[in-house]
Design a protein around this ligand. Structure first.
Ligand code: S3P
Length: 175
């Protein structure tokens, strides 16, 4: 089976949903950020800090090509992955792609609940975060919308909501 790739903005729930989708379909789960961190023995935060975003995007592209060629896997990308180089075209060519689409309000809610470190959101006040997310989502949406399937996401407060979203993805794929 071809790779299934989940894309979408930071904190939309790509990792949570991807892990559950992999479990339900008996496939291996990969998170592109984690894969990069393991291959390069450095956290994404440290790569941004010490080597810069340009270097990170280059590694991200290379690691995407590595993982997307695997059979029987579910891959969750970083929020920026589809928006650099020809990554989105590449993903559509080799995989089944799903955009997890949420409103800025839902994303802000997820961000406030998330404990993960995201260098692009560091040090922003709630007002700055609000403006930043709205602007960046607008810039990134044309890339995200190129996915083969679009799945609306409402706040994912609990496992039931996650399961329903996975049902939605499986329905779309089979339908
Ligand atoms: C980024 C999203 C992050 C990570 C990096 C940059 C982005 O991944 O790749 O911090 O540009 O949106 P998540 O979407 O998994 O947080």
């Amino acid at each position: 089976m071809r790779c299934t790739i989940l894309i979408g903005y930071m904190c939309v729930g790509k990792t949570t949903v991807g892990r559950e989708l992999a479990r339900r379909t008996n496939r291996m789960f990969y998170d592109l950020d984690w894969y990069i961190e393991e291959r390069y023995h450095k956290t994404v935060g440290k790569i941004f800090e010490e080597d810069g975003e340009e270097r990170f995007r280059d590694l991200e592209r290379r690691m995407l090509h590595e993982v997307a060629e695997f059979e029987n896997v579910v891959l969750s990308c970083g929020g920026g992955t589809p928006c650099f180089f020809d990554n989105m075209e590449y993903m559509n060519e080799v995989a089944d792609t799903f955009y997890l689409k949420a409103s800025p309000e839902t994303l802000i809610e997820h961000i406030s609940l998330s404990r993960g470190h995201r260098p692009l959101l560091d040090g922003k006040s709630p007002e700055e975060l609000n403006v930043f997310i709205r602007e960046q989502l607008e810039q990134r949406s044309p890339f995200y919308e190129k996915a083969q399937h679009i799945i609306p996401v409402h706040p994912l407060y609990d496992q039931t909501k996650v399961n329903l979203l996975v049902d939605e993805i499986l329905k779309t794929k089979l339908g």
